[in-house]
Design a protein around this ligand. Structure first.
Ligand SMILES: *[C@@H]1O[C@H](CO)[C@@H](O)[C@H](O)[C@H]1NC(C)=O
Ligand SMILES: *[C@@H]1O[C@H](CO)[C@@H](O)[C@H](O)[C@H]1NC(C)=O
Ligand SMILES: *[C@@H]1O[C@H](CO)[C@@H](O)[C@H](O)[C@H]1NC(C)=O
Ligand SMILES: *[C@@H]1O[C@H](CO)[C@@H](O)[C@H](O)[C@H]1NC(C)=O
Length: 958
């Protein structure tokens, strides 16, 4: 043996030299005093990988290995007695270097990445007491002589590796062995008999392997056994009587094997046993009465066996019992008083047996109500034959209850209101019973509830809105009941909801639109009810399966393949983030920029003395406003081309499109794509775009940029619908609208000939409007306003850019009427700043808080427009150091008797004076400072018609 040793040593040295020929290690061969431990550890190190450099302190120049990380020496001889390399991230194979460490008592290489198989000796066993190779990836069979000469070995752990094959019989040579843990490997076969004779063994853990065979009666000789774990193997046969002799046993885990037979009576001697896990075997017979003698029991799991008969009343003696799981057996009878005294219980599972009796006696009646299970967290009595009603008084029931499952029984009566006192409850399953009555409002007080399952009962009434306070709720299953009413909108507050099943009830009404906000929904089954109206749009509801909504004949929407009347989902897609608009200058239409200035401008007009100052102020401020307006216009710019396709799968802007007449022509196929290129112009309310309907008809779409001022959806819709009912040949017809909280579009008739402002002041193509057309425009505009006023609508925003000219008929069409009604309140400031934003058209009463604003403000604006049409001049003209206010100018000219000079020079005298002069006078009357001096629009129409027929209206021309 000595010879073998030295030859081995020689070999190792050679190996080391060859391996490290260029390193200082070469001195190994010439260092005669080299310590065996140093040599062995250096060789060990050479065999493995040490990616984290944990062993870098291991240096062969040391006299001994006592300073090596992980090593511990006996101070008397400086020889290594312990090597502890737990969790050093070492990988590679275990070589034989450690065999050199003759004095080693403890070797721990746990929690590394060591691989490969183990040859007959990796370490000298003579002195070894502790061997821990657990949690590596070691594999292969253990050599049969692995445990030879293990006379000192006390503890072996090989758990969590990949060892295979039978366990070596040499284990029997380790008489001192106290702990053997080989759990979680791939060992198989029958255990060596010698194992069962290791009388010092205290911990035996063989779980998670593929061992088979029986436990021999000889186990009774292992009277030091405290823990036996055989879980998840293929052991079979009976539990031998001998086990009762192991009276120090504290933990018995024989679960998930094939043990048969009944519990041996000797087990009653195991009074120190705290854990008895026999679940998932084929044990049968009664649960014996003596079980009450195992009075230290904390966990008793007999689940998944074939136990039968009733519960022994002695169970009540188990005062330390915390977990009692008798589920999935064939137990019968009632619970009666059986748990009397089990005051430590945390979890009780009686499910899947054949228990009978009134649920309100037994465990509920006599125990919970008396508060004798004060710590109970989980109670499962599901899938039995319990009857009776759920006790109505939970008040004394433990407030610690987290989970209550009474499903699949024959419970009747109603759900007690006291359910609300279970503040910690997060799981409640009362499904598949015969419960009736309604779901109590008090349920809302169970504020920890995550799962509520009440399906397949006879519940009636409606879902209480209080459910909205159960914020953690993820699962709400109410299917197969007789529930009625609408879905409370509060459900949409339950942001964690994932599974909702309301199918097979009598629910009705519309689904709250807000349900679309539930971001985590995975299932929302409302099939076979009487829901009606439109399915929520967006979110989960865009992809809801038709099955989930079937059996609701009055429901409409894409998922049920029934289109809702006049409403299509998401027809228009806009990207509010696009910055395309910044790329070009904004069209310079007056009207949308002088946002704050109108009042001051008005004052400037009224007080000629300060006109010059006003001009300066307007010019300066106008510049500022212009630049900020172009910034905000950019922020609201509409998407161009490409942005469209990917900008919208998010549902943020999904909304509602309503067309007032005919078929809805937008479809997600044609896209009412609003594009900067199609912009027609801008006004105080926002930009106008042109787009095509599917049938080729053009419409104008106005995107409201005053959205922050818009009313609630309901009011908005009501007002727009009212405007949509107004039809007149001189009014631009409102065709529909599109609504989302953040974006509103108004869809109206498209008028092809441009607006009056353009015709008058921008000389479209050098052509000059002839007098006849001008008169027509004035008359048509008057008729339009008269009609509006008859309908009780004030335009508020009459100006030449709002009078559109039909290119075919030349007829004027007044646009943008009544939009002020969409604002939350008719505030003067808002009106004047947002709408009457073009200087000169605004009636003076806007500046005067005490005067009521009536339709006479339209008459004023109309008057200015008349003068504008006749003179071809803007209401206010800015000269180099002067401001000319049109009506003042004309009024002055009239007073000086040279009114004809005011008529547009571009007409070159081609106008009938007998029409032009009265029209100018009419314009001046309409611009009277005092509202009551202005005529009604109906009168204006009459007057104009008289003017047009001079033979019947001589007096007007005087
Ligand atoms: C074992 O190796 C794997 C990669 O092969 C690595 O992810 C893991 O962290 C290592 N474990 C230890 C304990 O070093
Ligand atoms: C066996 O070892 C594993 C760790 O590898 C441990 O989790 C388990 O508790 C041990 N068994 C016993 C009975 O101590
Ligand atoms: C009892 O054992 C079964 C089967 O392994 C397991 O599912 C159950 O959780 C255990 N019971 C308790 C209360 O831990
Ligand atoms: C618009 O931008 C905001 C913030 O930059 C972002 O949260 C939002 O999702 C964007 N919307 C779209 C439709 O891209």
């Amino acid at each position: 043996m000595q010879a073998g040793m030295s030859s081995r040593l020689g070999m190792s040295v050679v190996v080391a030299c060859c391996l490290l020929i260029l390193s200082p290690w070469a001195v190994i061969s010439v260092n005669p005093s080299l310590n065996d431990d140093v040599l062995g550890l250096i060789v060990f190190k050479a065999d493995i990988q040490d990616p984290e450099g944990k062993l870098s302190s291991w240096d062969e120049d040391q006299d001994n290995a006592c300073n090596f990380v992980g090593a511990k020496c006996n101070p008397r001889n400086n020889r290594v007695v312990e090597l502890n390399l737990d969790g050093f991230s070492l990988s590679g194979h275990l070589g034989r270097g450690l065999v050199q460490l003759q004095f080693l008592r403890k070797l721990s290489l746990a929690r590394n990445n060591l691989t490969g198989s183990i040859s007959s000796s990796i370490v000298g066993m003579e002195n070894l007491r502790v061997l821990d190779l657990s949690e590596n990836s070691l594999s292969g069979m253990l050599p049969n002589d692995f445990f030879q000469q293990c006379g000192s070995l006390k503890s072996v752990s090989l758990s969590n590796n990949k060892f295979t094959g039978a366990f070596p019989g040499s284990l029997g040579s380790c008489p001192m062995l106290e702990s053997l843990n080989v759990s979680s490997n791939l060992f198989s076969g029958v255990l060596p008999d010698s194992l069962w004779s290791l009388s010092e063994l205290s911990v035996l853990d063989l779980s998670d392997n593929s061992f088979d065979g029986e436990i021999p009666a000889g186990i009774g000789g292992m009277y030091n056994l405290r823990t036996i774990g055989l879980r998840r193997n293929g052991f079979s046969g009976i539990i031998p009587d001998g086990i009762g002799n192991c009276f120090l046993l504290r933990s018995i885990d024989l679960s998930e094997n094939d043990f048969t037979g009944s519990l041996p009576g000797t087990m009653q001697k195991l009074t120190l046993c705290t854990n008895l896990n026999l679940q998932v075997n084929s044990l049968d017979g009664d649960i014996p009465d003596w079980i009450g003698k195992m009075e230290s029991l904390e966990v008793l799991n007999l689940s998944g066996n074939r136990f039968s008969g009733g519960l022994p009343s002695s169970l009540g003696n188990l005062k330390a019992l915390q977990v009692l799981d008798l589920s999935w057996n064939g137990l019968t009878g009632s619970l009666a008083e059986s748990l009397h005294g089990c005051s430590s219980l945390l979890e009780v599972d009686f499910s899947h047996n054949s228990f009978t009796g009134d649920v309100s006696s037994g465990i509920f009646g006599s125990k919970l109500l008396m508060g004798s299970l004060p710590r109970l967290q989980m109670l499962d009595m599901s899938s039995n034959y319990f009857s009776g009603g759920i006790p109505s008084d939970f008040r004394d029931m433990t407030s610690s209850l987290l989970s209550l499952n009474l499903s699949n029984n024959s419970l009747a009566g109603s759900i007690p209101t006291s359910i609300g006192s279970l503040k910690a409850l997060n799981f409640l399953d009362l499904s598949v019973n015969r419960l009736s009555g309604s779901i109590p409002q008090e349920l809302g007080q169970a504020i920890s509830l995550r799962e509520l399952r009440l399906q397949k009962n006879q519940l009636s009434g409606s879902v209480p809105s209080s459910i909205g306070t159960c914020l953690p709720l993820t699962t709400l299953i109410l299917s197969d009941n007789y529930l009625v009413g609408t879905i409370p909108v509060e459900i949409s507050k339950l942001a964690n909801l994932q599974f909702v099943d309301l199918s097979f009830n009598n629910f009705s009404g519309e689904l709250p639109k807000q349900l679309a906000n539930l971001a985590h929904l995975l299932n929302f089954n409302i099939s076979h009810n009487h829901f009606q109206g439109e399915l929520p749009l967006g979110g989960f509801f865009n992809t809801i399966s038709p099955y989930s909504v079937s059996g609701n004949p009055a429901l409409c929407g894409a998922a049920v393949n029934r289109s809702c009347p006049a409403v299509l989902p998401k027809p228009i897609v806009l990207n509010p983030n696009s910055t395309d608009a910044t790329s070009g200058p904004l069209p310079d239409t007056p009207g949308h920029k002088r946002i704050i200035l109108s009042i001051s401008a008005l004052v400037a007009i009224g007080a000629a003395a300060v006109i010059v100052i006003g001009v300066i102020a307007i010019t300066v401020l106008n510049f500022q406003v212009r630049s900020s307006a172009s910034r905000s216009a950019a922020a609201f710019a509409l998407s161009a081309g490409d942005d469209f396709s990917h900008s919208h799968t998010t549902d943020a802007d999904s909304g509602k499109l309503v067309m007032f007449s005919g078929e809805p022509d937008f479809s997600t196929g044609t896209h009412a794509l609003l594009n900067k290129d199609c912009e027609l112009g801008r006004g105080g309310f926002g930009a106008v775009y042109r787009t095509m309907l599917r049938d080729g008809r053009a419409v104008a779409i106005k995107k409201l940029t005053v959205s922050s001022l818009v009313k609630s959806q309901d009011e908005f819709e009501r007002e727009v619908k009212k405007l949509g009912q107004i039809r007149h040949s001189n009014l631009v017809a409102m065709e529909g609208y599109y609504w989302t909280p953040s974006l509103q579009l108004l869809i109206s008739e498209f008028v092809s000939g441009g607006n009056l402002h353009k015709h008058l002041h921008e000389g479209s193509g050098g052509s000059v409007l002839p007098w006849n057309e001008r008169f027509n425009i004035v008359l048509g505009t008057a008729k339009a306003l008269a009609h509006l006023h008859k309908m009780g609508i004030i335009h508020y925003n009459i100006k030449s850019s709002n009078v559109l000219i039909d290119s075919k008929s030349g007829e004027p069409k007044v646009a943008d009427f009544g939009l002020a009604r969409l604002l939350p309140m008719l505030d003067r400031y808002v009106l004047s700043s947002k709408i009457q934003s073009v200087l000169g058209y605004m009636a003076p009463e806007f500046a005067c808080r005490t005067v009521k604003i009536t339709e006479k403000c339209d008459v004023y604006g109309f008057g200015v427009l008349v003068l504008e049409v006749v003179t071809g001049k803007r209401p206010v003209e800015y000269m180099e150091d002067d401001v000319i206010v049109l009506c003042d100018m004309v009024r002055g000219a009239l007073e000086e008797g040279r009114v004809e000079e005011c008529v547009d020079g571009r007409l070159q005298g081609e106008f009938p004076t007998e029409e032009a002069v009265p029209v100018v006078k009419l314009g001046l009357i309409c611009t009277s400072q005092v509202p009551s001096n202005r005529p009604d629009m109906a009168e204006v129409v009459n007057i104009l018609e008289l003017i047009r027929c001079p033979s019947e209206g001589q007096e007007e021309s005087s």
